[in-house]
Ligand binder design. Structure first.
Ligand code: NDP
Ligand code: MG
Length: 381
């Protein structure tokens, strides 16, 4: 029986993680959870799963929930609350499914407390990958990927020697605008951008998929998780999202991971590794229903954000902190209707250009650069 703490329970990954937990009551128990502002959904989840501890964003919501649930459940709030949920003493595994670099501090503290991490929150590795992976090594803690591409690569690597790996190949669906030319991208709306062809996800990652920044964040995530130089990480367009990623070995063998697009699979694998469990209502992968799978070379001029991510990753240090914070801030402005779709990449590029690199930043420096970058992006309005 694994005791789980779930950060971001009301989100897209959070809800699917609850599905996995509910399907296997003999394997998992939900001990603690957090959500942000979606109190209605949160109440529904608390009634169903009866966790011991819950963190919410605001003090007002915590007070309201205490009145509603009495002393059946403990409620905490804010950044400290999130950390408390990650550190609950009886928890074995922390599933980090919050959106954004707000997930960094709880992850670092959970690692220091020896908790295993199931990581969906890619912004954590992008903003401070060296700190997270150093802490994981120091405390002998496993950071298991939830992101489908990284779960795929993790399974394709299957313990092989890293010197035998020629390339990691991440697949990209192309997002909402995969058939659009650059001039066609100029007038696109928030509604169009939120309409992803293959996956139903939170708003921010859906926009990241449309700009291809999602793949950029994933390249950086792969660099840290698998300790691969950027020269050995490649991206291929694959519109069906059936191959979730591949590993090419020095002898020319390429091992791919296939499956229908269903995030419950990588979520559950991060919780059951090295074992596997049945997934209820999972659709069988019948390749004949597809007939063909398609692949295309990535165009880095068409998808500028991916190019920016590689450049920031190769420069290292705080460049990826800036990349992530500028992207979070710019995507938020786009979702609020304040900037155009193409301004997202323009703002990120400006933030990267004006930043003075810190090569091995401390946690304090990362937090400071993150805040400064968000302010800088706001000032570009
Ligand atoms: P959602 O936006 O659907 O959910 C985010 C969750 O985090 C919600 O529970 C939200 O609470 C909570 N949250 C957001 N901001 C804060 C904050 N400042 N403080 C505390 N809690 C907060 O996102 P997704 O589930 O789509 O994505 C989560 C993470 O997983 C992201 O890093 C994403 O890149 C990654 N990921 C997602 C995939 C997907 O299929 N969705 C696939 C692979 C990776 P509330 O809504 O209550 O305010
Ligand atoms: Mg992914």
């Amino acid at each position: 029986m694994k005791s789980i703490s779930l950060l971001g329970a009301t989100g897209s990954i959070g809800i699917q993680t609850l599905d996995v937990i509910e399907a296997h009551p003999e394997h998992f128990v939900l001990t603690a959870l957090s959500f942000g502002k979606n109190v209605d959904k949160g109440i529904e989840i608390i009634r169903k799963f009866k966790p011991a501890l819950v963190a919410v964003s605001s003090k007002e919501d915590a007070v309201k929930l205490r009145t509603l649930f009495g002393n059946e459940v403990s409620f905490v709030y804010g950044q400290e609350g999130l950390i408390e949920v990650a550190l609950h003493p009886s928890v074995d595994v922390v599933v980090n499914a919050v959106m954004g670099s707000v997930g960094l501090h709880p992850t670092l503290q959970a690692i220091a407390a020896g908790k295993q991490i199931a990581l969906a929150n890619k912004e954590t590795l992008v903003t401070a990958g060296h700190l997270v992976m150093e802490a994981a090594r120091a405390h002998n803690v496993a950071v298991l990927p939830v992101d489908s591409e990284h779960s795929a690569i993790f399974q394709c690597l299957n313990g092989e020697r890293s010197e035998d790996v020629e390339r990691l190949i991440l697949t990209a669906s192309g997002g909402s605008f995969r058939e659009y030319t650059r001039p066609q991208l100029e007038g696109v709306t928030v509604e169009q951008a939120l309409n992803h062809p293959n996956w139903s996800m939170g708003a921010k990652i859906t926009i990241d998929s449309a700009t291809m920044m999602n793949k950029g964040l994933e390249v950086i995530e792969a660099h840290w998780l698998f300790q691969m130089p950027y020269e050995k990480i490649d991206v291929v367009l694959h519109k069906e999202s059936i191959i979730h990623s591949m590993v090419e070995y020095v002898d020319g063998s390429t091992i791919a991971h296939l499956g229908n697009p269903d995030m419950r699979v990588p979520i559950q694998y991060a919780l059951t590794y090295p074992d596997r469990l049945h997934i209820p209502r999972a659709k069988k992968l019948n390749l004949w229903e597809y007939g063909q799978l398609h692949f295309a070379k990535m165009d880095y001029d068409r998808f500028t954000c991916l190019k920016l991510a590689y450049e920031a990753g190769k420069r290292g240090g705080t460049m990826t902190t800036v990349l992530n914070a500028a992207n979070e801030a710019a995507v938020q402005l786009f979702l609020e209707g304040k900037i155009s779709f193409l301004a997202i990449e323009a703002f990120i590029e400006k933030a990267l250009e004006t930043h003075d690199l810190i090569e091995r930043p401390s946690l304090e420096e990362i937090t400071k650069v993150d805040e400064e970058t968000r302010r800088y992006v706001q000032s570009l309005l």
